[in-house]
Ligand binder design. Structure first.
Ligand SMILES: Nc1ncnc2c1ncn2[C@@H]1O[C@H](COP(=O)(O)OP(=O)(O)O)[C@@H](O)[C@H]1O
Ligand SMILES: O=C(O)C1=C[C@@H](OP(=O)(O)O)[C@@H](O)[C@H](O)C1
Ligand SMILES: [Mg+2]
Length: 171
């Protein structure tokens, strides 16, 4: 069985972008959980958050069960996937989990906080979210990658580290 590669990390750390680059390099299918949820639920993430964050989190958990059954996919999660341990348990069955650790200052410089519901309170919200979640990302990942420098090179590094991890763990 060929495991999925699941990317976790802060909103704006590069999960969606890196997953697409990696899928091309490895010639594997890619799923961006946020896009997948939006198209299958026929609601935007914002519309789901407007109902309530709990509503979105329940939907997100439902899809972590479904996507946990796949193999050989590259999967970009939403930054809050780590808020429920069960999500990681579901995904981990068939996946290598990679934490994309990007300096918060780079995230803040890059993303439009107005378009991300949890970051709509501004830059300070990004720092407090990082402090809240960093132990979860570090605790749940199999591999941690620093996203600094050229993004294509970061994608290559992830592929290299995942291959090494699989060899070392007989997967
Ligand atoms: N190493 C990098 N160099 C330049 N831009 C980057 C890098 N990593 C991420 N980005 C940019 O940051 C933004 C947010 O990335 P995205 O893939 O949407 O993050 P996520 O899915 O984790 O929220 C995108 O514009 C992306 O191109
Ligand atoms: O961090 C979070 O709680 C969220 C991150 C978003 O995805 P990205 O990490 O791709 O921005 C999206 O799932 C939703 O807005 C909630
Ligand atoms: Mg994304």
């Amino acid at each position: 069985m060929n495991k999925n590669i699941v990317l976790i990390g802060m909103p704006g750390c590069g999960k969606s972008t890196l997953s697409k680059i990696m899928a091309k390099r490895l010639n594997k299918p890619v799923i961006d959980m946020d896009d997948y949820i939006e198209s299958h639920e026929e609601k935007t993430i914002k519309e789901m958050f407007d109902i309530s964050e709990a509503f979105f989190r329940d939907v997100e958990s439902k899809y972590s069960i479904l996507l946990g059954e796949l193999n050989s996919h590259i999967i970009a999660t939403g930054g809050g996937i780590v808020k429920r341990k069960e999500n990681i348990t579901n995904l981990k069955k068939n996946s290598v989990i990679v934490f994309i650790n990007r300096p918060v200052d780079d995230i803040v410089g890059d993303i439009d906080v107005r378009t991300r519901p949890l970051l709509s309170k501004g830059v300070e919200a990004v720092y407090s979210l990082y402090n809240e979640r960093i132990h979860l990302y570090k605790g749940y990942c199999d591999i941690e990658i620093n996203n600094v420098g050229e993004i294509q090179k970061v994608a290559d590094l992830i592929i290299e580290k995942v291959q090494l991890y699989k060899v070392e763990n007989n997967q």
